[in-house]
Design a protein around this ligand. Sequence first.
Ligand SMILES: [Fe+2]
Length: 501
Amino acid sequence: MQRRELMRLLASAGALPLLGPLARLAHAADKDAWQADFEAADAPWKTGFAAPPGDLPLTRAAVRGRFPDAVTGTLFRIGPAGHDLGGERYHHWFDGDGMVHRFVIDGADVRHQGRYVATPKRVAEVRAGRRLAEAFGTMPPGVEPPTSADNINVANTSVLPLQGEVLALWEGGSATRIDARTLDTLGVKTWRPDLAGMPFSAHPKVDPDGTVWNFGVSSGQGLLALYEIGADGALRRAAVVPVADMPMVHDFAVTERHLVFLMPPLVYDAKRKEAGATFLDAHVWRPELGMRALVVDKQNWERRQMLTLPAGFLFHVGNAWEEDTPRGTRIHIDYVRSENADSVFTTNREVMRARRVKSTDPHLTVATLNLDTGTATQTTLAQEAEFPRIDPRRVGLRHRQVVHATQVRRDLPGFGAVARTDVESGCSQRFSYGAQAIVEEHVYVPDGAKPGWVLGTVLDFGRQKTVLSCFAADHLAAGPVAQATLPYALPLGLHGAFVSA
Ligand SMILES: [Fe+2]
């Protein structure tokens, strides 16, 4: 099959295969009890999974201390927020309509604004007062099969500042353009007319020279789309490559010369989808496949190599870098590894009815891929981890420090502390926010040759407020140098990006 034909197929089908007729027959007409269960639950943390009824106008935070000059700018964040509609509640954290936030930081002045992304799906469903389309982990009753991936695009996963705009990213369809000053939704991003509707994942990587690399997974077709975008925001190249037993791939890494995909053995099964499963439940855990590592030459996408690590699951990669040694070229990649995919199937579902179901703890893990021998090894560090972030100037280059959430609690979802871990020595320092906080992603903000800053939010469910904190990156354990407390709690989000003023 010619590449052009593959592209046409991908673009017409979108990332998510269409729902089969059996699924429609399987729909129960009655509403289920998830909304009632959520409302009745007495878990104080459930605010993190509540849905703001509408947009949140620009509001001044109460600031303690002063945010350093290097963090003067805007922290954009995004996450699922539209969790319920018409008395129906989604069954998975990742389903909700995206809400994009901006925290405008200037010394002792911090203001916050949040707006739902006005995707075609959200606009149509709010108008109808009910769900019209399937979601990642929920099949609402009576929905029609989507006619394209962008009809079910919730733009809720991550943000990419690019050329003065912000792209709100999902992973099944197009990026959505957002006005960086007003948070107005400007429509989907089409990189080239023949790529309209193609899957564009939520974790693009930006090289030090500004080149943007990304991928997209088309599960039904078993194809991996690849993108190279110039620092000017113009598409340079796009193509698709076939992958057998296509798994769920959420994140990837780049090195100076390669793209690296860690592929957990959570494999898409088209028959399950045709039988009416949600996109999530169409995936099967097949540990016999191991964790495959697909390495693609950045310059020549036809040059690909597959290595294998022990089976495990991941959402996120910290960074990767490569070195030429007398014994061959080696890629070092750090990622957050779990023993299995229970977190996506169960933990991140049950929170939607305010139930805490613990799964295996994710840990920071460092793998080495030897491209000459085709062998791969890995070491799991002691630190529980999620939301790993590095100095953006070190993407694809040798790095040591990874900022991440840590400290799993048995009775609370998410994490209680932020940490900075040296992935070579294993040394780590952390700051715990206490027993009534759930940590969101913290980003690293560079400050010239100085150690830099760590910036991130927590849900303080004791006070029912969201708090933005800034730490000296080399003195994390000393606690925040400045904090901005909003007069309200935001729903727990996923990823963000800082743009200096
Ligand atoms: Fe992510």
